[in-house]
Design a protein around this ligand. Structure first.
Ligand code: GLA
Length: 731
């Protein structure tokens, strides 16, 4: 990282105290106000490229009652006349809740500095440049640094804020939004990802209305209810047309997203940590740095916004060496046998997996606990020792035997690999850990320690708890040949000893992730929180994939996976075939439909007991695995084009195009068959119109990109839950 001494670089241009951040297709411009609120930062533009400021800046007050309501403020404060939601709220020793931050100076650096103890996007000096604007509140001696990094190729601007107490008395930071941006008067819709357990990341769209609206998590993790992501779009924007701004918070804890349309018609967006769980005390000389918020702009619809996020996150967020690697087809024991695991079951399931061509066998919950064995979800969490009754010879020989099994159908003597489930942040009251360290459990004085799924949460803010987890997981991973870990987290955090402990917990768990993933870089790590409750960019820094949902019904899964893809790369999604009828919904679907849906996720697998599958289905599995493996590199590294959305179409579909554009794979689904109704033409997108593509639809043919995009493909579907997967090869 180099400090740029001249006033400008192509990506960051400074003219006096006007600043421009320039991406290939985005321009972000703001200036230091010399007028209304001298020293305040005022936004001039966030959208498509500009070479100078827009012709007319927002008119002055215009007769309105508030002196600030017309201003597009970069770092709005509380208590001095801006009556909209603030980005910052600081409680001073004398009880004031006012700030008056004014521009002092700025610094430009090539590259991007790391955020202290937080996950963050990264890039070389050629990929990213950073502008840090130093603000100062002379009444309280508090400094605020706003950091803006621009990734020109991705049209992405990343912002974080750091507050430093340079005074002599303690302060408390009550609210600190990572991003605050005021949009000009216009009609906007907001897109969000919402849901519940087993139906995470369902896409929701609504008009931005007068006043304050928003969502967030107070669960202590990003949560099933709301994902830390918002897209603001023009009301006419579609998947492939119109302006779309995406905001994605790189944080795993509770968060808060506010959208406020003000009386003068401006729309403010605030994204940051949840203020109800902050109250962060800062003594003299101490700082608090917010997580960063990634903003991406697309002038060609929501689909393009998603593809920009996908590329940025694959290249500049996920650190794992597996980020661009095809993932092994796996079999996870959970839905097949649940807690009923022992040496014999594992031998049997692993052998069945190898016979089908599976490459990685995963032993899920139920393998640990001695005094309080984990034979159901009532006991054992925290006791990371192998259950001696179930595995009398420990795990090592079991794992070694798994790794000796030859994978059927492999031409190069491939052996099965072994993976393991753990949930290290949790503890059952019935565990030796709880007996020994009741003080390690999150609790608030004498308030009852309320249980969810019969479990409690370790206070990972405590260094001794972090050390315990690091040592316990290290021991497990050093003791057996383990290639994959599923790190689960099956409840929210409550009874926190203080609001500030929530953020301290997240910093603690980031430290644990950092130590363990650096110590075991050859392990493929997968995140999970009862499914996708922890699908957030903070997790992706350490784990290249996340179990997308416990909801494995393929119909629900199309919505969940399409929703998740609004911001997260398909490569990061774990997606498995489970039994039919589905155990949660009771819906019956054909194996091929279940498999095709699962193939749209980067980590394809099975979540069932092959020995209890219908014989016909079992016979199809090797072929389906072979197909999944063939297309997996395109899903992992390619661009995803959502062609028809499950919310609006009976024929949801998606096209994945390889990075070099030479290959593509089309997924087309029919949900319900319709009587005497024609089939739609599925018009592809993103292809080269002048190139020719070879594909097989009722026989091999060669067709131009123009024909495929303007004319399309008409499939003859069969009954309910029919599906097609078609490979395209540029010739
Ligand atoms: C959570 C996960 C499941 C499984 C169970 C085990 O619910 O989402 O996939 O691992 O825990 O208890």
């Amino acid at each position: 990282m180099t400090i740029i001494t001249s006033q400008s670089s192509p990506a960051i241009v400074v003219d006096g105290t006007s600043f421009a951040l320039n991406g290939n297709n985005v321009s972000y411009r703001f200036h230091v106000d010399t007028d209304n609120a001298a020293g305040d930062l005022i936004l001039d533009h966030f959208g498509g490229p500009l070479t100078e400021d827009p012709v007319a800046r927002i008119a002055r007050n215009g007769g309105g009652w508030s002196t600030q309501a017309h201003l597009r403020r970069e770092f709005p404060d509380l208590g001095r006349g801006d009556f909209r939601a603030p980005a910052v709220h600081i409680k001073h020793a004398k009880g004031f809740a006012i700030c008056d931050f004014k521009y002092q100076s700025h610094t430009i650096v090539k590259g991007k500095p790391d955020l202290p103890n937080l996950p963050s996007t990264f890039g070389s000096d050629d990929e990213v440049s950073t502008l840090i604007v130093h603000l100062w509140d002379s009444c309280s001696s508090v400094a605020a640094d706003l950091s803006y990094s621009i990734f020109p190729e991705h049209d992405a601007i990343v912002r974080s804020v750091s507050i430093t107490n340079k005074g002599s008395e303690a302060i408390s930071v009550e609210k600190l939004a990572s991003l605050s941006v005021d949009f000009p008067h216009d009609d906007y819709d907001m897109l969000q990802l919402r849901g519940e357990w087993a139906r995470e990341c369902t896409r929701g769209r609504r008009s931005v209305d007068y006043g304050l609206q928003g969502f967030g998590s107070s669960a202590g993790f990003s949560s099933h209810y709301h994902n830390p992501f918002l897209s603001l779009v023009s009301s006419s924007t579609t998947e492939s047309h119109g302006d779309a701004w995406g905001f994605s918070l790189v944080y795993t804890g509770s968060f808060n997203i506010e959208v406020e349309q003000s009386p003068q018609g401006l729309t403010r967006v605030l994204v940051g940590m949840n203020p109800s769980q902050l109250s962060c005390p800062l003594g003299p000389g101490e700082s608090l740095t917010s997580p960063e918020c990634v903003s991406v702009f697309s002038s060609s619809g929501v689909g393009n916004m998603s593809r920009k996020f996908h590329k940025l996150y694959r290249r500049n967020l996920i650190k794992s060496k597996f980020v661009n690697e095809p993932r092994p087809a796996l079999l996870n024991s959970w839905e097949g046998v649940y807690f009923d695991v022992n040496e014999a079951t594992i031998d049997r399931l692993a052998q069945a997996s190898a016979n089908l061509g599976v490459k990685l066998f995963v032993l899920d919950d139920g393998w640990f606990g001695d005094k309080h064995p984990r034979i159901n979800d009532k006991a054992g969490l925290g006791d990371w020792v192998v259950n001696p009754k179930r595995f009398p010879n420990s795990l090592k020989p079991v794992a070694e035997n798994v790794c000796k099994l030859k994978v059927a159908g492999s031409t190069d003597d491939t052996r099965l690999k072994f993976g393991l489930w753990i949930e290290p942040e949790m503890v059952n009251a019935r565990s030796e850990l709880y007996e020994q360290h009741p003080d390690w459990i999150l609790h608030a004085g004498d308030y009852p320690r309320s249980e969810t799924r019969q479990q409690l949460v370790l206070n990972v803010a405590l260094p001794e708890v972090q050390e315990f987890i690091i040592a316990a997981v290290t021991r497990i991973l050093e003791d057996a040949p383990i290639s994959y870990v599923k790190w689960d987290h099956n409840r929210g955090t409550h009874e926190s000893p203080s609001p500030a402990n929530h953020h301290a917990y997240i910093l603690g768990i980031y430290r644990v992730f950092d130590v363990l993933t650096s110590r075991f870089p050859d392990i493929l790590w997968e995140g999970c929180a009862s499914g996708g409750g922890r699908f957030d960019p903070g997790i992706l820094q350490y784990f290249p994939q996340v179990w997308t949902s416990d909801g494995t019904d393929p119909l629900d899964r199309i919505s969940i996976q399409f929703g998740t893809s609004l911001v997260y790369p398909p490569s990061t999604m774990g997606a498995h075939i489970s039994v039919s009828p589905n155990e949660i919904t009771g819906r019956s679907t054909p194996l091929q439909f279940r498999a095709h849906v699962a193939m749209m996720g980067g980590s394809f697998g099975l979540e069932l007991d092959p020995d209890v599958m219908p014989e016909d289905d079992r016979a199809q599995i090797p072929g389906l695995i072979a197909l999944a493996e063939k297309i997996n590199p395109i899903v992992i590294r390619g661009d995803m084009w959502r062609l028809n959305l499950p919310e609006t179409s009976n024929y949801p579909s998606a096209l994945f195009i390889s990075e070099d554009g030479n290959q593509a794979v089309l997924f087309a689904f029919q949900i319900r068959t319709t009587n005497v109704h024609n089939y739609p033409f599925l018009r592809l997108q993103g292809l080269d119109p002048s190139a020719k593509y070879k594909l097989d639809v009722d026989g091999e043919r060669i067709v131009s990109g123009a024909t495929l995009m303007n004319g399309g493909i008409q499939f003859r579907f069969g009954s309910d839950y029919d599906s097609k997967v078609v490979l395209l090869e540029k010739v």
